[in-house]
Design a binder for this molecule. Structure first.
Ligand code: ATR
Length: 289
């Protein structure tokens, strides 16, 4: 049980909407497990209120916060410092209040790497489908690790733009293509690591999948950034075809664990956080996880 007293340190989430976030349950379970005098709350902050919310963090001495849609980019000029990874990605999802200085981090990329595992990424021909918000941190983390990266997107110009941006920032050769282009088919045939960063397959549209299951072979590693449901149709079909599958729930837990480390300095209790995240999804009545 969390006991709030006059010494309790607050962490929070700033986003809009925040009602289906699992971060409060995940972090509070971890604080409680380690008996840390911390507490986590979710605050809905509309765009125009973001500067006042950040001032509020400073005024109240809030220990740290997560940033989610739609503030991950707009938060940057409001901070005192942004670490190198977050600067490269141009998005912040975690902020630490270090003696009044607000420092921005991005733990999404590290969360992705930890979820999939370095060994399953290094030297692989990777294909990522999607070029939206969730794709950015993943693309920057893949660059320099995998052998090749091809970004496929329904709207091809967004794939080309993200590929160009990652290429310029990291110096790695990255292709951006339309999802239904002929070259996309070729990239998928060579693919050893497949990533879905689109919202296709997310609750309530759980019967949808982003690619034909014939394109999945048993040697593939398949990651789906969707975490609700924990096993999407894509992952189920990949598993049944003998591929190694990783759920977006793992990335969610690991990005949270990295944030937890930044705020508390303590080793995050991963299993406790995972269980809390699964329970939270169930409690919202949307998670079959
Ligand atoms: P997020 O922040 O969750 O990544 P987003 O920035 O809106 O959300 O990006 C959604 C991604 O899912 C985009 O890559 C989008 O493709 P477009 O850029 O063409 O819109 C992709 N997406 C959404 N619905 C899709 C669908 N039905 N088929 C294929 N891709 C889809």
């Amino acid at each position: 049980m969390i006991r709030v007293d006059s010494r309790t340190r607050l962490c929070c989430l700033l986003g809009d909407p925040v009602t289906h976030s699992v971060s409060p349950q995940m972090h509070n379970a971890a604080f409680s497990h380690l008996e840390l005098n911390f507490c986590y709350m979710a605050f809905r902050v509309v765009r125009r209120e973001l500067p006042s919310a950040v001032e509020g963090v400073r005024a109240l001495g809030i220990r740290g916060f997560n940033v989610t849609v739609p503030h991950k980019v707009e938060i940057i000029p409001l901070l005192d410092e942004v670490d190198e990874t977050a600067r490269k990605i141009s998005a912040v999802n975690t902020v630490l209040n270090k003696d009044g200085r607000l420092i921005g981090f991005n733990t999404d990329g590290a969360g992705f790497i930890k979820a999939v595992g370095e060994d399953r990424i290094r030297g692989k021909n990777a294909v990522m489908i999607g070029a939206g918000g969730a794709a950015r941190a993943i693309a920057f983390s893949l660059a320099g690790r995998c052998r090749s990266l091809t970004i496929l997107n329904r709207t091809s110009r967004k794939a080309v733009a993200l590929a160009g941006e990652v290429e310029r920032t990291t110096g790695c050769r990255i292709m951006g293509l339309g999802l239904s282009s002929e070259e996309a088919g070729e990239a998928l045939r060579r693919c050893e690591l497949l990533i879905n960063s689109t919202i296709v397959g997310m609750y309530p549209d759980v019967s949808r999948t982003i690619i034909d299951n014939n394109l999945i072979n048993p040697g593939m590693v398949v990651f789906d950034a969707v975490f609700n449901p924990a096993e999407t149709r894509l992952l189920r079909e990949a598993r049944l075809r003998g591929a190694y599958t990783v759920s977006g729930l793992e990335m969610l837990v690991h990005q949270g664990a990295e944030a937890f480390k930044i705020w508390t300095g303590a080793e995050p209790p991963l299993e406790v956080m995972r269980e809390a995240a699964v329970g939270a999804l169930k409690s919202y009545g949307t998670g079959e996880a």
